[in-house]
Design a protein around this ligand. Structure first.
Ligand code: ZN
Length: 530
């Protein structure tokens, strides 16, 4: 039994005779009962036909008399309140259209272009489920997103105006927003079979896994074109869009255009299509997973990120690649974005507790690893290379990632540098350096990074230093500095671009032979006990 009221009769009749499919009729009658949409459409159509058929008793003679009239014939006045309204039997069967197609081939709906007909039957739902299965995601829910050709909005609008005229005549009220959206109805129909085929996962409105289904209908693409001249403001060409007729632009134009103008420029009801929409494959995308940890770098010939100069690769690997390879395979992700709390030069080691880093894993097919599995992943990263080591590896939220960059400038970093001095030194010559505290440096952007950073003078503070004498030309310098201090430039002076510098302090040329980062003072991510 369809949840339709007497007042819906006129609309049902008019829609059926315009070439609307049974489910689109339900949509335009604002039927919100999902189960009704899931019924086989042939049965729904018969019910609709019975619903508008005049009741056997009094009106049967009249109705058979009008049986074969064209659907364009005016509908006789009708009183909705009447218990037994006179009604015209419209041409009811979209499956037996006026073009005289074979009875068994239902004609394509003028509004949904087949989306709510064969394109949402069980076969189609199973195809969608199969496509998801192929990707081998680990998931327990998914959100279905449906992309429809923009001209469906035009056709829906045309159909709405068609019914609007009718309901106005009858004094019935109906708002365009009350019409059940095509996408909704489509989802109501297919989500059950999809969920069942995927072993009972839930199809929900919010999920990390999005399954996108797209339909196109090239033969009616031109349906939208009249809007461009009618509402030129709505269709501005954009660089990355193939067509100006985006769904959003079309919806905006339809809100602007007057009914009269629309009716002058587009058929009402919409013209009969000769084919239905074409499904464009299924695209699955899982929300990113974020992981974080700390890394050590033990090698003086390993860049943090792939080092490419003029399209040519300089070093065979990088910190991020060494970490990423095992991670990508564990999460079965398509790609990654790497970020860290600062970075070291290719020839600088990072010791101590290591440098905090985070990675966004793109389209992971597996999103959850338990504590034990994360530990194993960390072990496999560490076993894969002796150039790096990772600790505190964990899954974090997108929001937590920003903690790494928060207040980065205020953080301190500790370094050990091996220094060469031109002038021979004794231990007591350099001892005074250990007494220097809170030394403010003016650092002009170093020459070596000037090609990628703006020229500026930055003030940085060396909080404390400690010297360890080695021989007449060498000593170790330990520094605790504000993050972002250029250590190499502080040592050799960068042609006077960093002031004061170690050469000035020692009154001789000094250079830096080796540099190690001893600690990066960022308390994120939280430490994980080994
Ligand atoms: Zn339809």
């Amino acid at each position: 039994m369809l949840p339709l009221k007497e007042k819906d009769k006129a609309i049902v009749q008019k829609l059926l005779s315009s070439g609307c499919c049974a489910r689109c009729v339900l949509r335009f009658c604002c039927v919100r009962l999902q189960a009704v949409y899931r019924q086989p459409p042939q049965g729904t159509l018969r019910e609709l036909q019975d619903f508008v058929k005049p009741q056997e008793s009094a009106e049967s003679a009249e109705s058979t008399g009008e049986n074969n009239k064209s659907h364009d014939a005016p509908v006789p006045p009708q009183t909705p309140q009447s218990a037994d309204p006179p009604s015209k039997r419209a041409k009811l069967e979209p499956s037996q259209p006026e073009q005289g197609a074979a009875e068994t081939v239902p004609s394509v709906c003028v509004v949904c272009l087949g989306i709510l007909q064969e394109l949402c039957d069980t076969t189609q739902a199973l195809k969608i489920a199969e496509a998801v299965k192929m990707e081998k995601y680990e998931f327990d829910s998914l959100v279905l997103s449906v992309s429809l050709p923009a001209q469906l909005c035009v056709r829906e609008h045309s159909c709405w105006l068609h019914v609007k005229k009718e309901v106005r005549e009858k004094g019935l009220l109906l708002d365009k927003d009350d019409v059940i959206p095509l996408k909704e109805a489509f989802k109501w129909i297919v989500q059950g079979p999809i969920a069942k085929e995927l072993g009972g996962v839930s199809v929900v409105t919010k999920s990390a896994l999005e399954v996108a289904v797209e339909f196109t209908h090239q033969p009616t693409d031109a349906d939208c074109h009249f809007l461009a001249s009618a509402c030129p403001d709505c269709f501005k060409p954009t660089k990355n869009k193939q067509s100006v007729f985006t769904r959003m632009a079309v919806v905006k134009a339809l809100e602007k255009i007057s009914d009269a103008k629309f009716l002058r420029l587009f058929a009402c009801p919409p013209p009969q299509p000769s084919s239905c929409c074409v499904p464009q494959g299924v695209h699955c995308l899982h929300l990113s997973v974020f992981i974080a940890g700390r890394y050590n770098k033990f090698c003086r010939s390993l860049p943090q990120t792939p080092w490419v100069i003029d399209g040519e690769r300089r070093m065979e690997s990088s910190v991020e690649e060494l970490i990423a390879a095992p991670v990508l395979s564990a999460f079965r992700a398509d790609g990654f974005n790497f970020s860290s709390s600062g970075r070291e030069d290719v020839d600088v080691r990072t010791l101590g507790n290591g440098r905090p880093f985070a990675m966004e894993l793109l389209n992971p097919h597996r999103a959850r690893l338990n504590h034990e599995e994360m530990k194993q992943l960390q072990q496999s990263i560490n076993a894969s290379s002796d150039k790096i080591r990772v600790r505190d590896l964990q899954i974090v939220s997108r929001e937590a990632m920003s903690r790494m960059k928060e207040g980065e400038e205020e953080k301190t970093k500790s370094y050990t540098a091996l220094i060469w001095s031109r002038k021979p030194i004794k231990s007591e010559d350099i001892a005074f350096i250990s007494d220097i505290k809170e030394l403010t440096l003016d650092q002009k952007t170093p020459l070596r990074v000037l090609h990628r950073r703006a020229l500026a003078v930055r003030q940085r503070v060396v909080h404390s230093m400690n010297v360890r004498f080695m021989d007449a030309h060498h000593f170790h310098l330990e520094l605790k500095t504000q993050a972002g201090t250029y250590i190499k430039e502080f040592v050799h002076g960068d042609f006077g671009r960093t002031k004061p510098n170690l050469c000035e302090l020692l009154k001789t040329d000094t250079d830096i032979l080796e540099l190690d980062v001893e600690s990066v003072d960022v308390d994120w991510p939280p430490a994980i006990p080994e």
